[in-house]
Ligand binder design. Structure first.
Ligand code: 4NP
Length: 156
């Protein structure tokens, strides 16, 4: 029997741009679908622990009706492997860092809907535009992720 998925963690590098957006987007989709899910996000790095998401992430979220300004960054730990059924990295480096920590329930967000593409880090882009691009990539993947969670078939 397939264990139902009830908890999902998104992990990027800083936990101030991409993974908080993924957390908020999946939360909204789960609410729309009436799915009860424990959803959180974290970073592999510790530079921004305790900080809110970056200004552009807050702004792009707000433009799409999501409030993430109260989120606070935290660093991922092995305790998360117990709490979360899926630990989802935003890019290949996040995935390899999570596996190197010893996590086994690790997947890549781009495997859901983007043929395995990385979600690029907008922190290092110039300006706001990259955040819109990244928001729509994450949104597309989370739509597929919600379908998968509702009816799990296969994971790449
Ligand atoms: P994120 O972006 O991984 O999408 O949160 C980053 C934010 C900050 C840093 C790296 C990535 N940083 O090195 O400070």
């Amino acid at each position: 029997m397939v264990k139902p998925i009830s908890a999902v963690l998104f992990v990027c590098l800083g936990n101030i741009c991409r993974s908080p957006l993924a957390e908020a987007i999946l939360r909204q989709k789960a609410q729309t679908e009436g799915l009860s899910l424990d959803i959180d996000s974290a970073g592999t790095g510790s530079w921004h622990v305790g900080e809110p998401p970056c200004d552009y992430a807050i702004r792009v979220a707000k433009l799409h009706g999501l409030d993430i300004q109260h989120y606070r960054a935290r660093q991922v730990s092995m305790k998360d492997a117990e709490r979360f059924d899926l630990v989802i990295g935003l890019d290949d480096k996040n995935v390899s860092d999570l596996k190197a920590m010893g996590m086994s329930n690790v997947y890549k967000l781009g495997s859901f809907g983007l043929n395995g593409e990385d979600i690029p880090d907008p922190y290092f882009f110039d300006g706001f535009e990259g955040f819109e691009t990244v928001f729509s990539m994450i949104d597309q993947c989370c739509s597929e992720l919600i379908k998968f969670i509702s009816a799990p078939k296969r994971l790449k």
